[in-house]
Write a protein that binds this ligand. Structure first.
Ligand code: 4AD
Ligand code: MG
Length: 430
């Protein structure tokens, strides 16, 4: 019977065959322990000299790292391993021998591992991170589908910028100039006027010369946009969504969290409601914490965000930023037009801004005024302005950075490990 490692529990005390790679091996004169992986998981195969023919034992002892094999044997319980099962190997068939696999069990430097990302993905740690990423994606679709959102796919090639114009990737579009999408938001606003509640989940691009542990050039963003939803209601949807993600990962990724030695208390703590402070209060808090360099009107850097996050034991919303440091489309607070109805969600443990969101300007005149102030000229935005002409309604939306969320949930330091093939300031290979 052919099966996969994640299903072996169904074959207790039965003989099965698994297609796998040899991740690692230990052996003595009488026994060989094979660490086998097949993509669905890891299992130990035990080859006992006295129980197999001479040829099989010799083959097992000589197996090299990453050789692909079909292994046949009996599945038994193994209470010592976190996985709970092992295979008593009877027979091994080599599919392809791997010679001089470059990533050995010894320590390698980060640049070396990044150069071998196509192989590094096979390691237990990377496998755990990608599985958690997959669970976050799965749970995202589940949450938004359960809440009656329609998935809408915005274009990647665009004629407009949606965020900072200085961070655009330029490309040729026949005889026009085009940019790679920084955010699907503007298109999602159009879709929200057609479908009420929509979301997108796709790659976005920022030609940002930032070399930090939180910045990628190409990253995946989850963006909901909601008609008839104001700033406050949007915050409660955001915290419910994040809570649902944490619950799903805790429930469905126990082995992976274990592999990563993740502190589960930290994840159990991610439960709505999340604390909220205004930008004004955040400035006050920073001053109390000894940040003398920050003044009203300045944007927060990573050290500021980390200091604010440390003050709370949960993710925290910072709301009502000055209009001058936020995007053109954010709606001013009617009671105080120098600040906008927006929030950034800051994760604990130094993971920084996970979500950026706001209520959008729904008034045509004000939007036109903002266009002038931001020098966004030309006809490319006409369609966006027209959304404010024909039955404009209050609406809000937000964007969650997938890789920062994965880094946070996994407890890994740098976003480069949270996407299969990271695009960084100095890296386009592999
Ligand atoms: O705050 P940002 O720039 O917001 C927008 O793009 C809005 N248009 C979203 C919306 O309202 N629909 O980006 C949203 C999130 C950030 O909070 C962060 O998590 C992530 O995207 N992000 C990045 N992640 C990795 N690398 C980068 N260079 C990122 N820039 C933003
Ligand atoms: Mg932001």
């Amino acid at each position: 019977m052919k099966t996969t490692i994640n299903k072996v529990r169904n074959y207790l005390n039965q003989e099965v065959t698994i297609g796998a790679w040899l991740a690692n091996k230990r052996s003595s004169g009488k026994i060989a322990f094979l660490q086998l992986r097949d993509g669905t998981g890891f299992i130990q195969g035990v080859v006992v000299k006295a129980e197999v023919n001479e040829e099989t034992f010799k083959l097992a002892k000589g197996l090299t790292q990453e050789t692909s094999v079909y292994v046949t044997g009996t599945i038994v319980e193994d209470t010592r391993s976190p996985f709970g099962f092992e295979m008593q190997v009877k027979h091994i068939e080599v599919i392809h021998e791997s010679v001089d696999y470059p990533i050995t069990p010894k320590e390698h430097g980060t640049e070396f591992l990044m150069d071998h990302r196509h192989l590094w993905l096979r390691s237990k740690r990377q496998h755990a991170i990608m599985r958690i990423r997959n669970e976050i994606i799965r749970a995202t679709y589940q949450f938004f589908n359960d809440n009656n959102f329609v998935k809408i796919d915005p274009p990647i090639l665009t004629a407009t910028s949606a965020e900072e114009t200085t961070e655009l990737f330029h490309t040729e579009y026949f005889d026009e100039e085009a940019y790679l999408s920084q955010s699907g938001q503007l298109y999602l606003e159009a879709a929200a006027m057609a479908f009420g509640r929509v979301f997108s989940f796709g790659p976005t691009f920022r030609a940002e010369k930032s070399k930090t542990r939180r910045h990628l050039i190409e990253f995946w963003m989850m963006e909901p946009e909601m008609a008839f939803v104001d700033h406050e209601e949007s915050l409660s949807i955001q915290e419910n969504y994040i809570t649902y993600l944490a619950e799903s990962v805790l429930k469905n990724c126990q082995l992976e969290l274990n592999t990563l030695n993740r502190d589960l208390d930290k994840l159990n703590n991610i439960k709505a409601p999340f604390p909220r402070i205004t930008y004004d209060e955040a400035i006050q808090l920073l001053k109390e914490k000894g940040f003398d360099d920050i003044d009203w009107g300045d944007d927060f850097g990573a050290p500021h965000e980390t200091a604010i996050a440390e003050h709370f034991d949960k993710p925290v919303f910072i709301t009502h930023y000055p209009a001058s440091i936020k995007a053109f489309y954010m709606k001013p607070d009617p009671e105080r037009p120098d600040v906008v109805l927006c929030a950034d969600l800051i994760a604990p443990e130094g993971y920084g801004e996970i979500i950026g969101g706001s209520q959008r300007i729904d008034d045509l005149e004000l939007m036109e005024q903002r266009y002038d102030e931001h020098r966004l000229t030309g006809d490319a935005y006409n369609w966006y302005l027209e959304l404010r002409k024909y039955g404009s309604v209050p609406h809000s939306g937000f964007g969650l950075g997938l890789e920062r969320t994965v880094a946070w949930f996994c407890g890994v330091d740098h976003v480069r490990e949270t996407i299969p093939f990271p695009r960084l300031l100095n890296r386009l290979y592999p």
